[in-house]
Design a protein around this ligand. Structure first.
Ligand SMILES: O=C(O)c1ccccc1NCC(=O)[C@H](O)[C@H](O)COP(=O)(O)O
Length: 253
């Protein structure tokens, strides 16, 4: 069983519990902030992730405070904060996201394995501005339903793909924001070639491509930027190295 399949099986049980335990309010107090509009200020965006742990690395850094870290990301030029809220595999919580949203004025992405509308209601209510939908985790019918439901709430969606087939599905949704995940979820190996290869098949006049995972150096970022990517999503490097230095490297050629 691939790690993604295992995560989704666990998530199905979590969703059954959520549905039994709560009815999420369909309202929020936090303002909705657009990530798409961030490109008007800066054409290349860094999405900086708060990531305590992962299936591939185990504990990455569990000493950092999400609010302090998010404020630093914002100060050093991030265009959005990604908060992993999965508990079982990433040691995240929805409380992390709520706290981060209250502390920053840039948009906040709920990095979750979303398989049901109730998770979108909770993300919305908790203050997320953008949600992730992973093509390989969903049937096409569920992807379409969740995509349109998220938009109906006013959320923006980052649709994540791994290959050409998934890219075609994401493109058919008309989604303006597509993430290419450079991590092979069977081997955990990351390669930016994943992004470089898929960029050839994207209409960059209508779609912004975010290169996700495995960004370690300025050279990695320059390679995807020069090939046409509009941004990167970085977790581990920013959680384990000086975020000021790394954000500087990522944002300036
Ligand atoms: O990070 C993992 O090990 C992982 C395993 C299985 C599913 C998803 C996984 N990561 C989620 C992400 O997409 C990354 O957190 C994100 O792209 C940042 O990656 P990185 O900069 O390499 O930490």
């Amino acid at each position: 069983m691939s790690i993604l399949t295992e995560i989704i099986e666990t998530k199905k049980k979590e969703v059954i519990k959520l549905k039994a335990e709560m009815i999420p309010a369909k309202e929020r107090t936090a303002p909705l902030v657009s990530f798409i509009n961030q490109f008007e200020q800066q054409p290349f965006q860094v999405i900086a992730e708060f990531k305590r742990a992962s299936p591939s690395k185990g504990i990455i850094n569990d000493t950092l405070d999400p609010v302090m870290q998010a404020k630093q990301y914002e100060q050093f030029g991030a265009g959005m904060i990604s908060v992993l809220t999965d508990k079982d595999y990433f040691k995240g919580t929805m409380a992390d996201l709520i706290a981060v949203k209250q502390a920053v004025s840039i948009p906040v992405l709920n990095k979750e394995f979303i398989i049901d509308r109730i998770q979108l209601d909770i993300a919305y209510q908790s203050g997320a501005d953008v949600v992730l939908l992973i093509v390989s985790a969903l049937s096409e019918a569920d992807l379409i339903d969740l995509y349109h439901y998220a938009l109906s709430l006013g959320l923006e969606v980052l649709v994540e793909v791994h290959d050409k087939e998934e890219l075609a599905i994401a493109t058919s949704l008309g989604c303006p924001l597509i993430g290419v995940n450079n991590r092979n979820l069977n081997t955990f190996k990351t390669s930016i070639d994943q992004t470089l290869q898929l960029l050839d098949f994207v209409d960059l006049s209508t779609t912004k491509i975010i290169s996700e995972s495995g960004m370690k150096t300025q050279a990695d970022v320059l390679a995807v930027k020069q090939a046409g990517a509009s941004g990167i999503l970085v977790g581990e490097t920013l959680m384990t190295q000086d975020p000021k230095r790394m954000m500087g490297d990522f944002l300036h050629d």
